[in-house]
Ligand binder design. Structure first.
Ligand code: ASP
Length: 350
């Protein structure tokens, strides 16, 4: 027994606390919720002492509400991961729930050939209140970040969101509930793992990067993108203005059903001009389930003919951040168009 322990290599997990509800406790004197110093995490979550892992933490100073998340901060997270990549077996990012889906999507494109888990989690109730969901989410996320097979290979070497007993692929999630403990769902991709009595992994879904390839980080993002939701009665002049706007390079068009839009000449014309102008227009559906299929109806076919690219079953969070990363990498409009319909990190069903 003692001999075995001698050869046990302790798994190493790095926690990156960016902010959000999870890192809050109630001040006993004032009753107000305040962020606590993550260096004292073990004090607030004594259960962590039961893990036989080495856990280190890094705290954003000041911690931010995730509504204030910005591409520069995604770059910072990626740089922290890159700097500590060889030292740790997995990374857990504590993040507010409001924009977690955007961060998870962005990171999935910024960390190419990732071969270690990067698990985002947060909570609906602060860790310092009695009924918090934060402890369970944090403990599950740490366990998943450290999980490995008998050859010490990580079980889930992807950017994921761990929330409410599910592990989702990060670029597939959407925040769907503002008050329930199941705040996230992934409409077009089943969970990669479910944490019940046991952790059940879906090996058929989990992606493993080619171990021979080194991780490559993409830290430049270009936010010259916009998402537009179509609705009956949308004003032509407003749409035309956005499509003509000189600084914009990528437009995510949230269409109806299987990718349909009003059969209006002004709309098709705005799209044609934007495309000729080197802008990339990506079609995603407002429906939660299912994908864009522009060949299905005349309304969709017209979009295709006007130069619109299919975003298939990507979420809006994913389409917007994918455009930012691709333009940030310096790809031409033609290259971005081609990459947007391709699966780069499990973000769409081909
Ligand atoms: N407003 C908070 C945030 O996103 C909510 C949360 O943490 O869940 O930072």
């Amino acid at each position: 027994m003692a001999e075995n322990r001698l050869f046990t290599i302790r798994r190493r997990v790095m926690l990156i606390y960016t902010g959000g509800t999870i890192g809050m406790i109630r001040n006993p004197e004032t009753g107000a919720l305040e962020t606590f110093n993550f260096a004292h995490l073990q004090k607030h979550v004594p259960e962590l002492n039961e893990f036989d892992y080495v856990i280190r933490s890094y705290q954003f100073d000041p911690p931010i509400d995730s509504s204030d998340m910005q591409p520069e901060l995604w770059t910072r997270i990626v740089e922290i991961i890159r700097y500590n990549y060889d030292e740790f077996d997995g990374f857990v990012i504590l993040h507010g729930t409001d924009t977690m889906a955007y961060t998870a999507s962005a990171l999935s494109f910024m960390l190419e050939n990732l071969s270690k888990p990067v698990i985002l989690t947060g909570s609906q109730l602060p860790i310092g209140v009695l009924r918090t969901d934060g402890k369970e989410n944090l403990i599950n996320a740490i366990e998943l970040a450290a999980a490995c097979d008998e050859n010490m290979r990580p079980r889930v070497p992807e950017v994921c969101v761990c929330f409410g007993q599910k592990l989702y692929r990060g670029n597939r999630v959407t925040k769907c509930n503002a008050e329930n403990f199941n705040a996230f769902t992934s409409y077009n991709c089943a969970p990669l793992a479910v944490t019940g009595i046991n952790i059940n992994f879906d090996e058929t879904l989990i992606r493993h990067a080619d171990a021979a390839l080194p991780m490559v980080t993409h830290t430049q993002l270009d936010n010259s993108v916009i998402a537009i939701t179509l609705f009956p009665g949308v004003r032509a002049d407003v749409i035309e203005h956005v499509f003509r706007f000189p600084g914009i390079k990528g437009i995510v068009l949230r269409t109806f059903g299987s990718g349909n839009a009003p059969q209006k000449e002004w709309l098709l014309n705005a799209i044609r001009c934007a495309t000729q102008d080197g802008k990339v227009v990506v079609n995603i559906t407002q429906c939660q389930h299912g994908a864009v299929e522009m060949g299905l109806y005349a309304t969709g076919q017209q979009l295709l003919a006007a130069g619109v690219v299919s975003g298939k079953d990507m979420t809006v969070e994913c389409a917007v951040t994918k455009l930012m990363v691709l333009f940030g990498r310096g790809f031409s409009a033609e290259e971005v168009r081609e990459q947007m319909s391709k699966c780069l990190a499990g973000e769409l069903t081909e």
